[in-house]
Ligand binder design. Sequence first.
Ligand SMILES: Cc1ncc(COP(=O)(O)O)c(C=O)c1O
Length: 411
Amino acid sequence: MKQLHTNRFRANRLSRLGSSIFAEVAAWKREAASGGTDIIDLGIGSPDRPPTLKVRQALGEAALREDMYAYPATSSGMPFKEAAAAWMAYRFGVQVDPVTEIVTLMGSQDGLAHLAMAVCDPGDTAFVPDPGYPIYAASMALAGVEPVFLPLREENGYLPDLDSIADERWDAASFILLNYPNNPLSAVADLSFFERLIAKARRHDVLVVHDLAYSEMGFDGLEPPSVLQVPGALGQAVEFHSLSKSFNMAGCRIGFLVGNRDAVGALRELKGNIDYGVFDPVQEAGIAALREAMSPNGGPAYPKAGVIYERRRDILVEALREQGWEVEAPKATMFVWAKLPALRDENGDDWSSRTFSRHLLRQTGVVVIPGEAFGAEGEGYVRIALVEDEDRLLEAAARIGAFLKRRDMVG
Ligand SMILES: Cc1ncc(COP(=O)(O)O)c(C=O)c1O
């Protein structure tokens, strides 16, 4: 039956797609820019560097070929899936069948948005982290799946306490979605955590869904592991991979889901009804990126993404600490998850992450994302993305320092 909608031609479901804070931050930013403020945008985690020359050449050369404009043949045995399987073996020692255990995606977001619809029925429940990347809960809203939020807290190293979840909850859940290295927390998980996770999930027959979008962005020599490295994990888990951050290809939409063949098959079946796959030249660019990563001497054009962000991390963290803001240094990703300094408004109330971010942007032009955008547990923090060059990061830190001193309330 036709529902009464708040707006004409707009489903109420859209209101459940997650936080409106990103739109709000964008509005503050437009307002500041229109007033002539020089904006330093450390908001959205979009890489500021291009992919390597080899990747751009592969894309350009493929785009010039006449035979690249048919519907992409993604259903079986495409070379991108083979390159992805080879990369899983090279990087993690994980052997998978590219035909049945990988599905190519228009960026991992495509798969994250659709997986709940592919593997759950309305009324099912699934575990989702809080704070968490917004599409996780949004995809469940679209699929009619009830989210059970797992708080990720500093005192537990930002890992969920798997044993604190009642057995009945585990038994009822369809899947558990986790993400390490984590956006927005920058927290990492080691293989022993994944072993416990897989054992628990197996006992309760829950699908483990791991988002490994930041696999190549470990710092200080850290090589983030894949959940599929756990022996037998292919029976219980799938993992999202993205070329967006690791290879600076965010706009060149490509990623993949790898792992359990039933879940991979379900997503492939759903997507077979929704889209016709990734443009072949983009797949060629993806192949070039993965091959370059696998070549032992990728050459000077190929510093791992993590190297750049590690240096930026060092610079920003040190500069903020010099300004009196004791932020935690991340071990991976492109984000600093910073606990708010103690600031109070005129009524003596603590500033929320939203108030802090709004004042900071209006007064300094520096854009950060309020932690609340990622869930209730994110309150009290802001996320700072390392997506500007070193000079701009130093400039941002200086402006933040002046802002804090003006408030004279550094905590
Ligand atoms: C944790 C996480 N997963 C997935 C994505 C989506 O990436 P993609 O560009 O592959 O769709 C992002 C993008 O910011 C992310 O932070």
